[in-house]
Write a protein that binds this ligand. Structure first.
Ligand code: TYC
Length: 93
């Protein structure tokens, strides 16, 4: 049988945001708008989901981009002395 040419897509990673008791809600919304280009309404939805469930997905990217965005969140949080944490997780299909 003829094989279709295999087009390899890069493995994708979820950028996760973790809840905490101290980071202001508006700061989380600001970060989501500026790092992920989410609209204010979408950023608010994600923030509230993380606030109530403990963890949530901000976006899905190839590994290097995911790492960069996760790092940007932590850097912005540290600059404002907020304990906000982000991590990345491989998407398994
Ligand atoms: N729980 C925070 C508060 O009540 C808000 C918050 C939401 C913090 C999402 C972190 O990833 C987070 N101020």
């Amino acid at each position: 049988l003829e094989q279709e040419p295999q087009v390899k897509e890069p493995p994708m990673y979820q950028v996760l945001l973790l809840n905490d008791d101290y980071t202001p809600m508006e700061f989380v919304v600001y970060v989501l708008q500026h790092i992920f280009n989410h609209e204010h309404e979408k950023a608010t939805q994600i923030m509230m989901a993380v606030h109530s469930r403990g963890k949530g997905v901000c976006g899905i990217f190839p590994k290097e981009i995911a790492e960069m965005k996760s790092h940007e969140i932590i850097t912005m949080a540290q600059a404002h002395e907020h304990p906000l944490i982000s991590e990345i997780e491989p998407l398994t299909d």
